[in-house]
Design a protein around this ligand. Structure first.
Ligand code: IMP
Length: 192
């Protein structure tokens, strides 16, 4: 018979040489996401909620968050890019995937993984606002407030974090580490 090892132990054994530290553990994320979901459910009771997930980084946050949202809603995806394969923003945002829904007159909630300079969100907000939604708010897991260059209104924030390049829980470094169930700092970043 195959003997299985404890899943988180295996994952940790595999990644620990590459991680400097776990910044936000799994349990803390779980609790905060549940709180955010409950707040969103109360605020959007009786409304026509459309959730727009910004790919790729927000996929894991979205999947957990919507399991705590107890009002009817539709989910759509957008993708924008400002980073390429590095840890520094290029400052130029490009739209890679647009919405498939008409959001005119509807209550739109953008779900994003992290706000850094604010340029990506600002770009997405401007695109969506031009389509005349009834309301437009943002729910973001991580806020690197001290890095902000463009002011963006945030309706719901999971955690405010310091200026460090983080990976895991959907966030990548050159497309890797998105599968980590916690938010961590890689050794590569901490040796910069
Ligand atoms: P901004 O346009 O500078 O606010 O950057 C937003 C986007 O950059 C996010 O959607 C992420 O994809 C990416 N990003 C910013 N900071 C980090 C980080 O610390 N780790 C991984 N991705 C990041």
């Amino acid at each position: 018979m195959i003997r299985f090892r404890r899943p988180l132990r295996c994952l940790w054994d595999f990644f620990r040489k590459e991680l400097a530290e776990v910044l936000i553990p799994q349990k803390k994320i779980k609790d905060r996401v549940a709180t955010l979901g409950a707040a969103i459910s109360e605020d959007y009771a009786g409304k026509d909620l459309v959730i727009v997930c910004v790919l790729s980084g927000a996929f894991m946050f979205l999947a957990d968050l919507v399991r705590h949202i107890y009002v009817h809603h539709e989910i759509y995806f957008m993708a924008a890019s400002s980073y390429g394969d590095s840890t520094k923003s290029s400052g130029v945002v490009r739209l890679l995937l647009d919405l498939e829904a008409n959001i005119e007159g509807r209550d739109v909630l953008i779900v994003e993984d992290i706000v850094d300079t604010g340029r990506t969100l600002d770009y997405i907000i401007r695109i969506l606002k031009a389509r005349n939604p009834a309301s437009l708010r943002v729910c973001v897991l991580l806020d690197k407030r001290e890095r902000r260059e463009v002011d963006v209104p945030l309706g719901y924030v999971g955690f405010e974090i310091a200026d460090r390049f983080v990976i895991g829980y959907g966030l990548d470094l050159a497309e890797r580490y998105r599968n980590l169930p916690f938010v961590a700092v890689s050794k590569e970043e901490s040796s910069d």
